[in-house]
Design a protein around this ligand. Structure first.
Ligand code: SF4
Length: 81
């Protein structure tokens, strides 16, 4: 999944860093650092972090990383949906 944080909105509340520390980390009081791509293992944590952000600054695109997956896997997922 692809993650984008609107840093103009982010107020540095650090909820995301609490809920998904492998993806979001605070540097200093208000500077947020984050990993723009996260694997399936992080999905639930990232979704919780996005839901908990008080200013809805975290945008998650769950479909984006499919472009990086092997075609066979993409096809298998297509049948599941
Ligand atoms: S929870 Fe939202 S406002 Fe707080 S640091 Fe994370 S992105 Fe910024």
């Amino acid at each position: 999944m692809r993650i984008v944080v609107d840093l103009n909105r982010c107020e540095g509340y650090a909820q995301c860093a609490f809920l998904a520390p492998d993806v979001f980390t605070m540097h200093g009081e208000e500077a947020l650092m984050y990993t723009p791509h996260a694997g399936d293992a992080q999905r639930e944590h990232v979704m919780r972090a996005a839901a908990a952000c008080p200013v809805q600054a975290i945008l998650v695109d769950q479909r984006d990383d499919q472009a990086d997956e092997p075609a066979a896997q993409r096809e298998a997922e297509a049948h599941v949906r």
